[in-house]
Design a protein around this ligand. Structure first.
Ligand SMILES: Cc1cc2nc3c(=O)[nH]c(=O)nc-3n(C[C@H](O)[C@H](O)[C@H](O)COP(=O)(O)OP(=O)(O)OC[C@H]3O[C@@H](n4cnc5c(N)ncnc54)[C@H](O)[C@@H]3O)c2cc1C
Ligand code: SF4
Length: 553
């Protein structure tokens, strides 16, 4: 809620929170439809792209619709996919399953390997050329409401509040950006999206959203290891059969290799450390042969939505709409969401344009919901809707086989599945098991060549937050980490946080544990907000410009 502080207000037709593919595609579409519309895009990263982390193999379908001439305009989708490989890994070997029958959408020919951050930088240039106002370094920290309860806009650009909550000499109260429609394009687990979903009951009657954590590095490798256009996905090792996830490796650009591991956040074993699983993955012969002799140049992590069709909330609310991964449109078996993010942004823009032409504003954009219900985005998610629940229930071996058969039938029939539409059931937080029921996992020490520790990794992400500001990671109850999470779950925040933000420290006698939050290291992945078994951690926006400074993730 907006507080009583007096702020200058700026008026727009549409304000968009988040300069990812969804937000930028929406802004561009609005200005393509009418050059007279006033449109602002707010981005919390220090520049557009600084907080974007993706694979990324990009399906150009939405880009083709937005800019049929994107090639002539120089969009950075440079490397076409030339080879698609699927491997099942064991500790020392691999089974190549690329020959197995799969539905065509699982193949990547016709797609492009790219840095999504650079695609967003390019989209922001196109948007600005059309007259969109793009404001990086501006975190939208709060919503502003009309008297009738509809959304009036957002508060952004609050700076200069100290750790103690007092105003510092450089205090700036920020601005209110008012709009006829406010689009929330914050990506996965948006902090404003969470408030809106609760306030308007947008997720009522839907399955809980599901998530994974994706850890990624970029390597620059020697000529002999570089296979431009190679896309490799692996399953199983280093994960156990009952832990969903898999690795990706994409060769693109100037000898770049994107290597990453996605771990589904409904994993049970609280001793699991996604970061350490990722580090040991790189020692596998099927991976290391591409990295040896190369140099790691970037590291980061970000959650990814996995709930798909069953978890998509109601998309429009009075005064605005959820677009992109704030609603969650990732197609899990394809690990692709950027094309759906763009397309939903474009559909919301078209709905807002028609409403504005009719003199409307501040109401619910039912046309956007209708457009989604008839769209190829919905159909794409519908066809794959049972992949996540089957994988979660049956494990990777059996689940993988059943999912593939289900996808083939569903693809041929436009969505028929013998399973109907399966439920996800529990949230990821509720899936966490008790520490006493699992053996602690002993991870190998990093060798400093292929594998690294958390601190040197976070250093590579160039993460930075102004020191003297209120902690943006809030505990609903400060006692819970030590009183509840430590005895029951071994306080898993120490392990699932990919940036070493959470620590349990003991005194010299090894007693009196205390919970420490190193908020300055946070890479804004949102995993703690999702996975904390007590749902006690709330991620809120720090001052704009803080967080990672990813180059080309
Ligand atoms: C590891 C991983 C691999 C993936 N691989 C692929 C792939 O190969 N192909 C593919 O198509 N998709 C892939 N995806 C999914 C894809 O990245 C997402 O679907 C897509 O980025 C969603 O776009 P978005 O615009 O909704 O959100 P995002 O791309 O997350 O952008 C949201 C933006 O909003 C900003 N923001 C958030 N909150 C605020 C706020 N309050 N104020 C101001 N700014 C804010 C963020 O800083 C960010 O820049 C992958 C995702 C992950 C994590
Ligand atoms: S503190 Fe939370 S959001 Fe920040 S890096 Fe750690 S898990 Fe991710």
């Amino acid at each position: 809620m907006s507080d009583e502080i007096e702020r200058e207000a700026m008026e727009y037709d549409v304000v968009i929170v988040g300069a990812g593919p969804a937000g930028l595609a929406a802004a561009i579409r609005l200005k393509q439809l009418s050059a007279d519309l006033t449109v602002a895009v707010l981005e919390k990263g220090s520049e557009v792209g600084a907080h974007i982390l993706s694979g990324a193999v990009i399906d150009p379908r939405a880009m083709n619709e937005l800019f049929p001439d994107w090639k002539e305009r120089g969009a950075p989708l440079e490397t076409t996919v030339t080879k698609d490989r699927f491997l099942v890994l064991g500790p020392a070997g691999a089974l190549d399953i690329s020959w197995l029958p799969m539905p065509p959408f699982m193949r990547n020919h016709g797609n492009y390997i790219a840095s999504l951050a650079n695609v967003c930088r390019w989209l922001a240039e196109q948007a600005e050329a059309l007259g969109v106002e793009v404001y990086p370094g501006m975190a939208a920290s709060d919503l502003v409401w009309n008297e009738d309860g509809s959304v009036k806009g957002v508060v952004a650009g609050v700076f200069g509040i100290g750790k103690d909550g007092e105003k510092k000499p450089d205090y700036q109260p920020g601005l209110e950006l008012h709009a006829k429609y406010t689009f929330i394009a914050e990506g996965v687990r948006g902090s404003l999206a969470k408030v809106l979903q609760a306030r308007f009951g947008l997720a009522e009657g839907r399955e809980p959203q599901k998530f994974g954590i994706g850890l990624k590095e970029i390597w620059q490798v020697p000529d002999e290891a570089f296979r431009p256009g190679l896309v490799q996905h692996t399953f199983l090792w280093p994960l156990e059969n009952d832990t969903g996830g898999g690795s990706f490796m994409y060769h693109f650009g100037d000898h770049y290799v994107s290597i990453g591991l996605v771990v589904h956040l409904n994993y049970k074993n609280p001793w699991l450390s996604p970061f350490d699983e990722f580090q040991r993955l790189k020692h596998h012969p099927s991976i290391r042969r591409y990295l040896e002799g190369g140099k790691r140049i970037a590291y980061g992590a970000r959650a990814i939505t996995e709930g798909g069709f069953q978890s998509v909330p109601a998309l429009a609310f009075p005064g605005g709409a959820l677009i992109g991964c704030s609603a969650g449109f990732v197609n899990l078996p394809r690990i692709k969401g950027s094309h759906n993010a763009m397309k939903t942004g474009m559909m919301a823009a078209e709905a807002a344009y028609s409403a504005l032409q009719a003199g409307r504003g501040g109401d619910t954009l039912a046309e956007y919901q209708d457009a989604y219900d008839k769209s190829w985005v919905r159909q794409e998610l519908y066809v794959v809707r049972n992949a996540k629940p089957l994988w979660s229930r049956l494990g990777t071996w059996l689940g993988g086989a059943v999912v593939m058969a289900d996808l083939i039938v569903s693809n041929l029939t436009g969505g028929f599945s013998v399973f109907g539409t399966l439920k996800h059931g529990k949230t990821d937080a509720a899936s966490t098991g008790l520490a006493k029921d699992f053996e602690p996992i002993v991870y190998p020490k990093p060798d400093g060549v292929l594998s690294f520790d958390k601190l040197s990794s976070v250093f590579l992400s160039a993460t930075n937050h102004a020191e003297d500001q209120p902690a943006h990671l809030k505990l609903n109850d400060p006692a819970i980490p030590i009183a509840v999470n430590l005895p029951l779950y071994g306080e898993p925040a120490r392990l699932y946080c990919p940036a070493g933000v959470y620590e349990v420290l003991y005194d010299e006698a090894g007693a009196n544990p205390r919970f420490q939050i190193n908020a300055q290291n946070c890479v804004h992945c949102k995993t703690c907000d999702i996975k904390d078994p007590s749902q006690n951690i709330r991620w809120t926006t720090p001052e704009g410009g803080g967080g990672p400074n990813y180059p080309n993730m």
